[in-house]
Design a protein around this ligand. Structure first.
Ligand SMILES: Cc1ncc(COP(=O)(O)O)c(C=O)c1O
Length: 457
Protein backbone atom coordinates (compact mmCIF):
# COMPACT_ATOMS: atom_id res chain seq x y z
CA UNK A 1 0.00 0.00 0.00
CA UNK A 2 1.44 3.36 -1.06
CA UNK A 3 1.47 5.48 2.09
CA UNK A 4 1.33 8.79 0.20
CA UNK A 5 -2.10 7.82 -1.17
CA UNK A 6 -3.95 6.35 1.82
CA UNK A 7 -4.84 7.83 5.22
CA UNK A 8 -2.16 7.71 7.91
CA UNK A 9 -4.02 4.97 9.79
CA UNK A 10 -4.59 2.67 6.78
CA UNK A 11 -3.54 -0.93 7.43
CA UNK A 12 -4.43 -4.38 6.15
CA UNK A 13 -5.49 -7.18 8.54
CA UNK A 14 -6.52 -10.61 7.33
CA UNK A 15 -7.05 -9.25 3.85
CA UNK A 16 -9.32 -6.43 5.01
CA UNK A 17 -8.61 -2.71 4.69
CA UNK A 18 -8.70 -0.96 8.06
CA UNK A 19 -8.96 2.81 8.48
CA UNK A 20 -8.95 4.71 11.76
CA UNK A 21 -8.83 1.36 13.57
CA UNK A 22 -12.07 0.19 11.88
CA UNK A 23 -12.56 -2.74 9.51
CA UNK A 24 -13.90 -1.20 6.31
CA UNK A 25 -15.88 -4.34 5.42
CA UNK A 26 -17.75 -4.13 8.74
CA UNK A 27 -18.53 -0.44 8.16
CA UNK A 28 -19.84 -1.20 4.67
CA UNK A 29 -22.06 -3.98 6.05
CA UNK A 30 -23.44 -1.67 8.74
CA UNK A 31 -23.88 1.52 6.73
CA UNK A 32 -24.22 0.34 3.14
CA UNK A 33 -22.40 1.66 0.09
CA UNK A 34 -21.40 3.98 -1.47
CA UNK A 35 -19.82 5.15 1.74
CA UNK A 36 -17.30 7.94 2.32
CA UNK A 37 -14.86 7.39 5.19
CA UNK A 38 -12.70 10.13 6.70
CA UNK A 39 -9.74 9.51 8.94
CA UNK A 40 -9.68 12.06 11.75
CA UNK A 41 -5.97 11.52 12.48
CA UNK A 42 -5.03 12.39 8.90
CA UNK A 43 -7.26 15.48 8.90
CA UNK A 44 -5.89 16.81 12.17
CA UNK A 45 -2.32 15.83 11.30
CA UNK A 46 -2.41 17.72 8.02
CA UNK A 47 -3.87 20.84 9.62
CA UNK A 48 -1.12 20.73 12.23
CA UNK A 49 1.53 20.20 9.57
CA UNK A 50 0.43 23.43 7.87
CA UNK A 51 0.57 25.36 11.12
CA UNK A 52 3.98 23.99 12.07
CA UNK A 53 5.49 24.59 8.63
CA UNK A 54 4.42 28.24 8.46
CA UNK A 55 5.47 28.87 12.06
CA UNK A 56 8.88 27.58 11.06
CA UNK A 57 9.35 29.65 7.90
CA UNK A 58 7.45 32.91 8.53
CA UNK A 59 8.20 35.43 11.25
CA UNK A 60 4.98 37.35 10.75
CA UNK A 61 1.52 36.10 11.69
CA UNK A 62 0.13 33.29 9.52
CA UNK A 63 -3.49 32.24 9.37
CA UNK A 64 -4.40 28.91 7.82
CA UNK A 65 -7.93 28.95 6.44
CA UNK A 66 -9.39 25.67 5.31
CA UNK A 67 -11.02 26.17 1.87
CA UNK A 68 -14.38 24.60 2.58
CA UNK A 69 -15.32 24.15 -1.09
CA UNK A 70 -13.13 21.02 -1.02
CA UNK A 71 -15.55 19.42 1.48
CA UNK A 72 -17.84 20.94 4.07
CA UNK A 73 -20.08 19.55 6.71
CA UNK A 74 -20.56 20.63 10.31
CA UNK A 75 -18.20 18.00 11.75
CA UNK A 76 -15.33 18.98 9.43
CA UNK A 77 -15.90 22.63 10.32
CA UNK A 78 -15.81 21.66 14.02
CA UNK A 79 -12.43 19.95 13.54
CA UNK A 80 -11.20 23.08 11.75
CA UNK A 81 -12.34 25.21 14.70
CA UNK A 82 -10.78 22.83 17.25
CA UNK A 83 -7.46 22.93 15.42
CA UNK A 84 -7.51 26.74 15.43
CA UNK A 85 -7.81 27.21 11.67
CA UNK A 86 -10.07 29.71 9.94
CA UNK A 87 -12.52 28.91 7.16
CA UNK A 88 -13.12 30.15 3.62
CA UNK A 89 -16.70 29.99 2.43
CA UNK A 90 -18.26 30.67 -0.95
CA UNK A 91 -21.97 30.80 -0.14
CA UNK A 92 -24.42 31.87 2.51
CA UNK A 93 -25.07 28.25 3.46
CA UNK A 94 -21.38 27.49 3.89
CA UNK A 95 -21.30 30.53 6.16
CA UNK A 96 -24.25 29.11 8.10
CA UNK A 97 -22.37 25.83 8.59
CA UNK A 98 -19.33 27.76 9.82
CA UNK A 99 -21.51 29.47 12.43
CA UNK A 100 -23.24 26.23 13.39
CA UNK A 101 -19.81 24.69 13.98
CA UNK A 102 -18.89 27.50 16.34
CA UNK A 103 -16.14 29.02 14.20
CA UNK A 104 -15.30 32.55 15.32
CA UNK A 105 -16.72 34.75 12.55
CA UNK A 106 -13.54 36.85 12.64
CA UNK A 107 -11.76 33.78 11.21
CA UNK A 108 -14.10 33.41 8.25
CA UNK A 109 -13.54 34.86 4.77
CA UNK A 110 -16.16 34.89 2.05
CA UNK A 111 -15.12 34.31 -1.56
CA UNK A 112 -17.01 34.16 -4.83
CA UNK A 113 -17.25 35.99 -8.12
CA UNK A 114 -21.03 36.36 -7.92
CA UNK A 115 -22.05 36.72 -4.29
CA UNK A 116 -25.72 37.60 -4.01
CA UNK A 117 -26.96 40.58 -2.06
CA UNK A 118 -28.44 38.22 0.55
CA UNK A 119 -25.07 36.52 0.99
CA UNK A 120 -23.26 39.83 1.34
CA UNK A 121 -25.83 41.01 3.87
CA UNK A 122 -25.37 37.85 5.93
CA UNK A 123 -21.58 38.22 5.80
CA UNK A 124 -21.76 41.81 6.95
CA UNK A 125 -24.47 41.21 9.59
CA UNK A 126 -22.47 38.37 11.07
CA UNK A 127 -19.25 40.41 11.13
CA UNK A 128 -17.07 37.98 9.25
CA UNK A 129 -13.34 38.65 9.16
CA UNK A 130 -13.21 39.63 5.49
CA UNK A 131 -15.24 39.70 2.35
CA UNK A 132 -12.88 38.88 -0.51
CA UNK A 133 -14.10 41.29 -3.15
CA UNK A 134 -13.94 39.94 -6.68
CA UNK A 135 -14.99 42.87 -8.88
CA UNK A 136 -15.86 46.56 -8.88
CA UNK A 137 -19.63 45.97 -8.93
CA UNK A 138 -19.37 43.88 -5.79
CA UNK A 139 -17.28 46.63 -4.19
CA UNK A 140 -19.95 49.16 -5.07
CA UNK A 141 -22.69 47.00 -3.60
CA UNK A 142 -20.72 46.33 -0.44
CA UNK A 143 -19.92 50.02 -0.01
CA UNK A 144 -23.66 50.78 -0.22
CA UNK A 145 -24.55 47.98 2.21
CA UNK A 146 -22.09 49.17 4.83
CA UNK A 147 -22.91 52.88 4.90
CA UNK A 148 -23.28 53.97 8.49
CA UNK A 149 -21.69 50.89 10.07
CA UNK A 150 -20.05 51.56 13.42
CA UNK A 151 -17.21 49.12 12.70
CA UNK A 152 -16.11 49.01 9.07
CA UNK A 153 -16.31 45.64 7.31
CA UNK A 154 -12.86 44.25 6.46
CA UNK A 155 -12.22 43.44 2.80
CA UNK A 156 -9.51 41.84 0.74
CA UNK A 157 -9.32 42.60 -2.96
CA UNK A 158 -8.95 39.51 -5.11
CA UNK A 159 -6.60 40.08 -8.03
CA UNK A 160 -6.24 38.24 -11.33
CA UNK A 161 -2.43 38.18 -11.18
CA UNK A 162 -1.87 37.09 -14.78
CA UNK A 163 -0.06 33.91 -13.84
CA UNK A 164 -0.77 30.76 -15.80
CA UNK A 165 -0.55 27.84 -13.37
CA UNK A 166 0.62 24.52 -14.72
CA UNK A 167 -2.59 22.61 -14.02
CA UNK A 168 -5.80 21.54 -15.77
CA UNK A 169 -7.59 24.49 -17.44
CA UNK A 170 -10.75 23.81 -15.40
CA UNK A 171 -8.88 24.50 -12.16
CA UNK A 172 -6.55 27.32 -13.29
CA UNK A 173 -7.77 30.66 -11.98
CA UNK A 174 -4.89 33.14 -12.22
CA UNK A 175 -4.76 34.25 -15.85
CA UNK A 176 -5.46 37.88 -16.76
CA UNK A 177 -8.71 36.86 -18.49
CA UNK A 178 -9.90 34.62 -15.63
CA UNK A 179 -13.47 35.01 -14.45
CA UNK A 180 -12.01 35.44 -10.96
CA UNK A 181 -10.53 38.61 -9.55
CA UNK A 182 -9.82 42.19 -10.51
CA UNK A 183 -7.52 42.75 -13.45
CA UNK A 184 -4.38 44.45 -12.12
CA UNK A 185 -5.29 47.54 -14.16
CA UNK A 186 -8.46 47.94 -12.08
CA UNK A 187 -6.62 48.11 -8.76
CA UNK A 188 -6.35 51.91 -8.74
CA UNK A 189 -10.08 52.30 -9.35
CA UNK A 190 -10.80 49.87 -6.51
CA UNK A 191 -8.45 51.76 -4.19
CA UNK A 192 -10.17 55.06 -4.93
CA UNK A 193 -13.60 53.54 -4.32
CA UNK A 194 -12.41 52.09 -1.02
CA UNK A 195 -11.06 55.43 0.13
CA UNK A 196 -14.55 56.81 -0.41
CA UNK A 197 -16.32 53.98 1.45
CA UNK A 198 -16.35 54.68 5.21
CA UNK A 199 -18.12 51.37 5.93
CA UNK A 200 -15.24 49.36 4.46
CA UNK A 201 -11.68 48.83 5.56
CA UNK A 202 -9.08 47.43 3.21
CA UNK A 203 -7.21 44.65 4.98
CA UNK A 204 -5.21 43.41 2.05
CA UNK A 205 -4.88 41.58 -1.23
CA UNK A 206 -5.66 38.08 -2.36
CA UNK A 207 -4.87 35.90 -5.37
CA UNK A 208 -5.44 32.23 -6.07
CA UNK A 209 -3.95 30.91 -9.30
CA UNK A 210 -5.40 27.40 -9.25
CA UNK A 211 -5.51 23.98 -7.71
CA UNK A 212 -3.27 20.90 -8.00
CA UNK A 213 -0.11 23.05 -8.05
CA UNK A 214 3.28 21.38 -7.72
CA UNK A 215 5.55 24.12 -9.09
CA UNK A 216 7.10 26.50 -6.61
CA UNK A 217 7.83 29.08 -9.29
CA UNK A 218 4.19 30.00 -9.88
CA UNK A 219 3.52 30.15 -6.13
CA UNK A 220 6.48 32.51 -5.68
CA UNK A 221 5.35 34.59 -8.65
CA UNK A 222 1.91 34.99 -7.05
CA UNK A 223 3.39 36.31 -3.82
CA UNK A 224 5.57 38.71 -5.81
CA UNK A 225 2.56 40.17 -7.63
CA UNK A 226 0.77 40.63 -4.29
CA UNK A 227 3.80 42.41 -2.84
CA UNK A 228 4.12 44.67 -5.89
CA UNK A 229 0.45 45.59 -5.77
CA UNK A 230 0.61 46.20 -2.01
CA UNK A 231 3.49 48.62 -2.59
CA UNK A 232 1.45 50.34 -5.30
CA UNK A 233 -1.51 50.80 -2.96
CA UNK A 234 0.70 52.34 -0.31
CA UNK A 235 2.75 54.58 -2.58
CA UNK A 236 -0.06 55.77 -4.87
CA UNK A 237 -3.01 55.78 -2.52
CA UNK A 238 -1.57 55.82 1.00
CA UNK A 239 -3.33 52.54 1.78
CA UNK A 240 -1.43 50.29 4.20
CA UNK A 241 -1.85 46.60 3.41
CA UNK A 242 -1.76 44.45 6.51
CA UNK A 243 -2.67 41.06 5.01
CA UNK A 244 -1.67 39.15 1.89
CA UNK A 245 -3.18 35.87 0.75
CA UNK A 246 -1.76 33.79 -2.08
CA UNK A 247 -4.78 31.44 -1.85
CA UNK A 248 -4.46 27.67 -1.67
CA UNK A 249 -3.75 25.10 -4.32
CA UNK A 250 -1.03 22.74 -3.09
CA UNK A 251 -1.32 19.58 -5.17
CA UNK A 252 -1.75 16.03 -3.93
CA UNK A 253 -0.89 12.75 -5.67
CA UNK A 254 -3.79 10.57 -6.80
CA UNK A 255 -1.61 7.84 -8.30
CA UNK A 256 1.79 6.40 -7.40
CA UNK A 257 3.51 8.17 -10.32
CA UNK A 258 2.56 11.66 -9.12
CA UNK A 259 4.80 13.81 -6.89
CA UNK A 260 4.12 13.82 -3.15
CA UNK A 261 2.31 16.70 -1.45
CA UNK A 262 5.03 18.67 0.28
CA UNK A 263 3.56 21.08 2.83
CA UNK A 264 7.02 22.05 4.14
CA UNK A 265 8.35 23.00 0.71
CA UNK A 266 5.14 24.88 -0.09
CA UNK A 267 5.29 26.83 3.18
CA UNK A 268 8.95 27.61 2.59
CA UNK A 269 8.24 28.87 -0.95
CA UNK A 270 5.35 31.09 0.17
CA UNK A 271 7.00 32.36 3.34
CA UNK A 272 10.43 33.12 1.92
CA UNK A 273 8.86 34.96 -1.04
CA UNK A 274 7.17 37.26 1.45
CA UNK A 275 10.61 38.69 2.28
CA UNK A 276 11.23 39.72 -1.33
CA UNK A 277 9.02 42.82 -1.35
CA UNK A 278 9.71 46.49 -0.84
CA UNK A 279 8.26 46.42 2.68
CA UNK A 280 11.59 45.37 4.15
CA UNK A 281 13.66 48.10 2.47
CA UNK A 282 10.94 50.67 3.20
CA UNK A 283 10.58 49.57 6.81
CA UNK A 284 6.90 48.62 6.44
CA UNK A 285 5.69 45.88 8.79
CA UNK A 286 5.65 42.29 7.56
CA UNK A 287 2.09 41.56 6.35
CA UNK A 288 -0.07 38.91 7.93
CA UNK A 289 -0.08 35.86 5.66
CA UNK A 290 -3.28 33.94 5.01
CA UNK A 291 -3.17 30.67 3.10
CA UNK A 292 -6.20 28.68 2.04
CA UNK A 293 -5.49 24.98 1.53
CA UNK A 294 -8.48 22.81 0.70
CA UNK A 295 -7.59 19.72 -1.28
CA UNK A 296 -4.28 19.06 0.52
CA UNK A 297 -6.05 18.94 3.90
CA UNK A 298 -8.97 16.74 3.07
CA UNK A 299 -8.18 14.69 -0.07
CA UNK A 300 -6.03 11.88 1.35
CA UNK A 301 -8.09 11.66 4.55
CA UNK A 302 -11.08 10.49 2.51
CA UNK A 303 -11.68 7.03 1.04
CA UNK A 304 -14.74 6.15 -1.04
CA UNK A 305 -16.17 2.63 -0.71
CA UNK A 306 -18.32 1.13 -3.47
CA UNK A 307 -19.85 -2.30 -3.97
CA UNK A 308 -19.11 -4.14 -7.17
CA UNK A 309 -22.53 -4.76 -8.72
CA UNK A 310 -21.51 -6.58 -11.88
CA UNK A 311 -18.49 -7.39 -14.03
CA UNK A 312 -18.34 -7.50 -17.81
CA UNK A 313 -15.85 -8.54 -20.42
CA UNK A 314 -15.87 -6.37 -23.48
CA UNK A 315 -13.96 -5.81 -26.69
CA UNK A 316 -10.84 -3.74 -26.36
CA UNK A 317 -9.89 -1.23 -29.02
CA UNK A 318 -6.40 -1.18 -30.45
CA UNK A 319 -4.38 2.03 -30.75
CA UNK A 320 -5.99 3.32 -33.96
CA UNK A 321 -9.53 2.79 -32.67
CA UNK A 322 -10.21 -0.53 -34.53
CA UNK A 323 -11.52 -3.49 -32.55
CA UNK A 324 -8.94 -5.91 -31.24
CA UNK A 325 -9.65 -9.17 -33.11
CA UNK A 326 -7.88 -12.49 -33.54
CA UNK A 327 -7.23 -12.00 -37.24
CA UNK A 328 -7.51 -8.24 -37.02
CA UNK A 329 -10.49 -8.58 -39.31
CA UNK A 330 -12.43 -6.05 -37.25
CA UNK A 331 -15.55 -8.22 -36.92
CA UNK A 332 -17.20 -9.02 -33.63
CA UNK A 333 -17.07 -12.81 -34.12
CA UNK A 334 -13.31 -12.80 -33.88
CA UNK A 335 -13.07 -9.97 -31.33
CA UNK A 336 -10.81 -10.38 -28.32
CA UNK A 337 -12.86 -9.91 -25.17
CA UNK A 338 -10.10 -8.77 -22.89
CA UNK A 339 -11.46 -5.46 -21.58
CA UNK A 340 -12.79 -5.98 -18.09
CA UNK A 341 -15.36 -3.65 -16.57
CA UNK A 342 -16.34 -3.51 -12.93
CA UNK A 343 -19.69 -1.79 -12.50
CA UNK A 344 -20.03 -0.15 -9.07
CA UNK A 345 -22.92 1.42 -7.16
CA UNK A 346 -21.58 5.01 -7.25
CA UNK A 347 -19.81 7.17 -9.78
CA UNK A 348 -20.05 10.61 -11.27
CA UNK A 349 -22.83 11.81 -8.97
CA UNK A 350 -20.59 11.37 -5.90
CA UNK A 351 -17.28 11.97 -7.72
CA UNK A 352 -17.49 14.10 -10.83
CA UNK A 353 -13.75 14.60 -11.25
CA UNK A 354 -12.96 11.75 -13.67
CA UNK A 355 -15.85 12.73 -15.95
CA UNK A 356 -15.24 16.46 -15.59
CA UNK A 357 -11.52 16.60 -16.26
CA UNK A 358 -10.13 13.13 -16.66
CA UNK A 359 -8.91 12.85 -13.06
CA UNK A 360 -7.19 9.56 -12.23
CA UNK A 361 -7.48 7.53 -9.03
CA UNK A 362 -5.98 4.55 -7.23
CA UNK A 363 -8.06 1.72 -5.80
CA UNK A 364 -7.93 -1.63 -4.07
CA UNK A 365 -10.47 -4.23 -3.03
CA UNK A 366 -11.24 -3.57 0.63
CA UNK A 367 -12.20 -7.21 1.27
CA UNK A 368 -9.23 -8.67 -0.68
CA UNK A 369 -6.73 -5.96 0.17
CA UNK A 370 -3.66 -8.19 0.09
CA UNK A 371 -4.57 -10.17 -3.05
CA UNK A 372 -2.19 -9.54 -5.96
CA UNK A 373 -3.41 -7.18 -8.70
CA UNK A 374 -3.39 -9.56 -11.64
CA UNK A 375 -5.73 -7.75 -13.99
CA UNK A 376 -6.33 -4.31 -15.40
CA UNK A 377 -9.91 -3.05 -15.30
CA UNK A 378 -12.10 -0.07 -15.99
CA UNK A 379 -14.33 0.83 -13.05
CA UNK A 380 -17.60 2.13 -14.45
CA UNK A 381 -19.98 4.25 -12.40
CA UNK A 382 -23.69 3.46 -12.32
CA UNK A 383 -24.87 6.69 -13.93
CA UNK A 384 -26.25 7.04 -17.43
CA UNK A 385 -23.31 8.74 -19.11
CA UNK A 386 -20.60 6.94 -21.08
CA UNK A 387 -18.11 9.30 -19.45
CA UNK A 388 -18.99 7.93 -16.01
CA UNK A 389 -15.89 5.78 -15.63
CA UNK A 390 -14.24 6.29 -12.24
CA UNK A 391 -10.97 4.52 -13.03
CA UNK A 392 -9.39 3.40 -16.28
CA UNK A 393 -6.74 0.68 -16.53
CA UNK A 394 -6.69 0.15 -12.79
CA UNK A 395 -4.61 -2.81 -11.58
CA UNK A 396 -6.82 -4.94 -9.29
CA UNK A 397 -7.24 -8.54 -8.16
CA UNK A 398 -10.02 -10.51 -9.86
CA UNK A 399 -13.31 -9.09 -8.56
CA UNK A 400 -16.87 -10.38 -8.35
CA UNK A 401 -20.24 -8.88 -7.46
CA UNK A 402 -20.32 -8.09 -3.75
CA UNK A 403 -16.65 -7.17 -3.51
CA UNK A 404 -15.85 -3.77 -2.06
CA UNK A 405 -13.83 -1.24 -4.02
CA UNK A 406 -11.93 1.37 -1.97
CA UNK A 407 -10.90 4.48 -3.89
CA UNK A 408 -8.07 6.48 -2.30
CA UNK A 409 -7.64 10.27 -2.11
CA UNK A 410 -11.39 10.72 -2.46
CA UNK A 411 -11.93 13.43 0.15
CA UNK A 412 -11.69 16.61 -1.91
CA UNK A 413 -14.04 18.00 -4.57
CA UNK A 414 -16.11 14.82 -4.55
CA UNK A 415 -19.00 15.07 -2.08
CA UNK A 416 -18.87 18.85 -2.26
CA UNK A 417 -19.73 18.57 -5.97
CA UNK A 418 -22.14 15.67 -5.57
CA UNK A 419 -25.46 15.65 -7.40
CA UNK A 420 -28.63 13.58 -7.51
CA UNK A 421 -28.22 12.59 -11.13
CA UNK A 422 -30.58 9.71 -11.97
CA UNK A 423 -32.32 10.51 -8.66
CA UNK A 424 -29.87 8.48 -6.62
CA UNK A 425 -29.55 9.50 -2.95
CA UNK A 426 -26.12 10.75 -1.88
CA UNK A 427 -23.77 8.58 0.25
CA UNK A 428 -23.36 8.45 4.01
CA UNK A 429 -20.18 9.89 5.53
CA UNK A 430 -18.35 8.52 8.57
CA UNK A 431 -15.54 10.02 10.63
CA UNK A 432 -13.16 7.37 11.97
CA UNK A 433 -10.91 7.50 15.00
CA UNK A 434 -9.37 4.89 17.29
CA UNK A 435 -11.72 2.13 16.21
CA UNK A 436 -14.83 4.32 16.45
CA UNK A 437 -16.95 5.37 13.49
CA UNK A 438 -19.13 8.43 13.88
CA UNK A 439 -21.85 9.16 11.34
CA UNK A 440 -21.32 12.79 10.27
CA UNK A 441 -23.69 12.81 7.33
CA UNK A 442 -26.48 10.28 7.02
CA UNK A 443 -27.27 8.69 3.68
CA UNK A 444 -29.80 10.69 1.72
CA UNK A 445 -33.20 9.02 1.46
CA UNK A 446 -35.83 8.85 -1.22
CA UNK A 447 -37.98 10.96 1.07
CA UNK A 448 -35.28 13.65 1.11
CA UNK A 449 -35.27 13.65 -2.67
CA UNK A 450 -39.03 13.74 -3.05
CA UNK A 451 -39.49 16.40 -0.36
CA UNK A 452 -38.89 19.13 -2.93
CA UNK A 453 -41.16 17.64 -5.54
CA UNK A 454 -44.63 19.14 -5.81
CA UNK A 455 -47.38 17.03 -7.38
CA UNK A 456 -49.69 18.67 -9.88
CA UNK A 457 -53.23 18.80 -8.54
C1 LIG B 1 -10.02 31.31 -3.61
C2 LIG B 1 -9.62 29.91 -3.36
N1 LIG B 1 -8.88 29.63 -2.28
C3 LIG B 1 -8.51 28.36 -2.00
C4 LIG B 1 -8.87 27.32 -2.81
C5 LIG B 1 -8.44 25.95 -2.42
O1 LIG B 1 -7.65 25.34 -3.35
P1 LIG B 1 -7.09 23.88 -3.06
O2 LIG B 1 -8.24 23.04 -2.69
O3 LIG B 1 -6.46 23.47 -4.32
O4 LIG B 1 -6.11 24.02 -1.93
C6 LIG B 1 -9.64 27.56 -3.94
C7 LIG B 1 -10.02 26.45 -4.83
O5 LIG B 1 -10.19 26.53 -5.98
C8 LIG B 1 -10.04 28.89 -4.23
O6 LIG B 1 -10.79 29.18 -5.29
Amino acid sequence: MNITLWPDTATIHNGHLHLGGCDVTTLAAEHGTPLYLFDEATLRGTMRAYQAAFARFYEGETRIHYASKALLNTAIAQLVAQEGLGLDVVSGTELLVARRAGLPMAHVHMHGNAKTRTELERAVDWDIGAVVVDNLDELEQLAALTVGRAEPQGVLLRLAPNIQANTHAHIATGSADSKFGLPLAALDAAAERLLDAPGLRLLGLHAHIGSQLFEESSIRATVHVLLDMAARLRLRHGLAVEELSPGGGLGVPYTAEMPASNIEAYAEAVATSMYDGEHLTQGWPLPRLTVEPGRSIVARAGVAIYSVIATKRSVAKIGDGRLATHANSGNLQSAIYNLQYLHVDGGMADNLRPALYGARYTALLANKADAPATQTVHVAGRYCESGDVLLRDAPLPPAAPGDLLAVAVAGAYTLSMASNYNMVPRPAVLLLRDGQARLIQRRETEEDLLARDVELT
